[in-house]
Design a protein around this ligand. Sequence first.
Ligand code: GMT
Length: 377
Amino acid sequence: MNIGIVCYPTFGGSGVVATELAKGLANRGHKIHILSYSRPARLDSFRTDISYHEVDLSTYPLFEYPPYDLALANLMVNLIQFEKLDLMHVHYAIPHATSAYLAKQILNSKASNIPVITTLHGTDITLIGSDPTYKQVVDFSINQSDGVTAVSEYLKNETYRLFDITKEIRVLPNFIDLDRFKKSKKEHFKKAICPDGEKIITHVSNFREVKRVPDVVEVFSRVLKNGVKAKLLMVGDGPDRSKAEQKCRELKICNHVRFLGKQEQVEEVLSISDLFMIPSGSETFGLAALEAMSCSVPVISSNIGGLPEVNIHGETGFICELADVECMGQRATEILTDEELHSKMANAARKRAELFEMDKIVTDYEKYYEEIRQGMS
Ligand code: GMT
């Protein structure tokens, strides 16, 4: 198939899922066209079977805000017509599903059309999408898609709860490359950070408010108070980084915390980690948790959104109520001070990650594409 994939290029999960899906589909012989406003971070090497098309955001003195959705729709029409795309798969509803609807309308008038599939990822539903500013348009655009997928049962149910969706939503979860995300020997790295054999707790995110990064620091300070020798690695960057840094200063634990900024090879950091923390206030799936689990790292998470579909309480880690830093600190201490429990949970985490193996989920997407195409023919 000749497939168009539309995504945000940033370090966020939807861009990662879209780009990894593109690579997985290309490995199976499909020709992929990625549409975005900048080259996606995970599209890191040259491939003849994946082309990248940048949305041209020409400015004009009248446009304080250049109409991205129109430029994207125009690019979609061009690619469908001239590159002969068979299917368009958009990731994140705003504004991609709306641009796709517009492209379909333009193509209908030219009697050429293809299926559009929208994958719902997160805040496009739970936060910004259901905001009255966008809700009616998002609702309409999702219903106009030929196929709709969501990354967890939680997100599917939330979409039905928050919108008037008449379409069947298929759950196709996030997936993981088990060969890339596996524990590898990085002892030199660990020794450099933890010369006295300290345990490593890691957090990876885009440091937005929903990630609750100050909670990570709070939990870590409790682990130290409980007498555990440990270091905290904070990976990523974003608006709340300074709040987390401030929290370290307040709690006087800065010499135990390293802010590493954005990292391309997250799996190397995860390989030396003993525990992963994801205390999010909103999380439809939690790809970062899956990446950690695939590297055999047990997880402490909040009980929010799709996280309990990924992290199994008492098996792959522990789940605490949102914002309950006391519980998280206690559970983290438990895992880090009981070697047998740690090893059991590390093995269970990897085993659970295997259920989300990339090849299997890419096959499910492929089958879904066929199903939608057949339904339209
Ligand atoms: O909704 C967001 O915050 C952005 C979105 C993204 O585009 O990065 O993240 C979501 O999609 C990921 C991939 O499907 C999920 O693993 C994340 O849980 C989800 N983030 C949130 O729901 C906050």
